[in-house]
Design a protein around this ligand. Sequence first.
Ligand code: SAM
Length: 321
Amino acid sequence: MLKARQTQNAQKIVGLLKAAGEVTRLRLLALLSEGELSVKDFTEILGQSQPRVSRHLKLLADAQLVTRHAEGAWAYFRLSDAGPGRALNDWLFQTIDPASPELRRDRDKLAAVREAHRDQANAYFAKIAGDWDKVRSLHAPDSAVEAAIIEMAGDGQGRLMLDLGTGTGRMLELLGGRFEHAIGIDSSREMLGIARTKIEEAGLGNVQVRLRDITDIGDHAESADLVVIHQVLHYFDDPATALIPAAECLAPGGVLLVIDFAPHNHEFLRTEQAHRRLGLSDEQMAVWARSAGLEVMQVRRFPSEKEQGLTVCLWRLERRV
Ligand SMILES: C[S@@+](CC[C@H](N)C(=O)[O-])C[C@H]1O[C@@H](n2cnc3c(N)ncnc32)[C@H](O)[C@@H]1O
């Protein structure tokens, strides 16, 4: 019995080492240390065919070095965050030289792929900025969702609210008045143009907007009592890359509200509206929150009243104690 268990254990270790012990698969693991990626991203970065990349990824997933998440016609992968797979990955990243030319080239290509995705989203928002408020209200019953956002934000007041991916500034209008300062951040000049007009018309003297990427907000470290990310994370291949800097902005006792879609199968949203992720599940949110040092404290859901409509989810996140 003991011998059988030892053999099984030895086989598992050999399987794990064999899975990691190949150049392309090492490159895939190194790329995943930068965040979640889809098969499509890998084929673009490595210049290898989809069946070939999928075969390598399957071996890594079977050995539990990575986990796979299917989303419509795509699949996303991330590094395992527990077990022997995690331990081996940690050792690999301590040992591999990140400056090796091949890994550097892969990282440069990844940066180019991510920039292309951002450009696509920016072009989409430049085009629809004037209609965004109408588009948003088609997704879900706005008044019910907004009432829940107000409730989940808590009734306390504070010094600073940050609205990340503020767009036309609706969250600033809704909640900004309770704070000494409220700042909306967005990378779309066109969306911010509309937000500025609305803020001026509403006479919100304590509210400002800034043109910037929401992953580049280090100057607000530990300063915000409330951070809101409303319908933004599905534009990210890896939502954790936005949640981590957002979490770093929270003042002690601060609250992060994420509002986004539940998982869906509307593939056309990728091609027509620049979405990267087809909704976010509670399980994924728990993993991303953990990677940002946060915990999901409350979830609320608002199914659409229309057939095939999208369910809107609200997650309240706080720092883990
Ligand atoms: C769907 S709109 C939502 C706007 C607003 N939060 C709302 O719900 O009305 C998404 C916004 O996120 C912004 N956005 C997407 N990725 C971003 C990034 N990396 N940095 C800054 N803004 C981003 C877009 O420019 C767009 O204005």
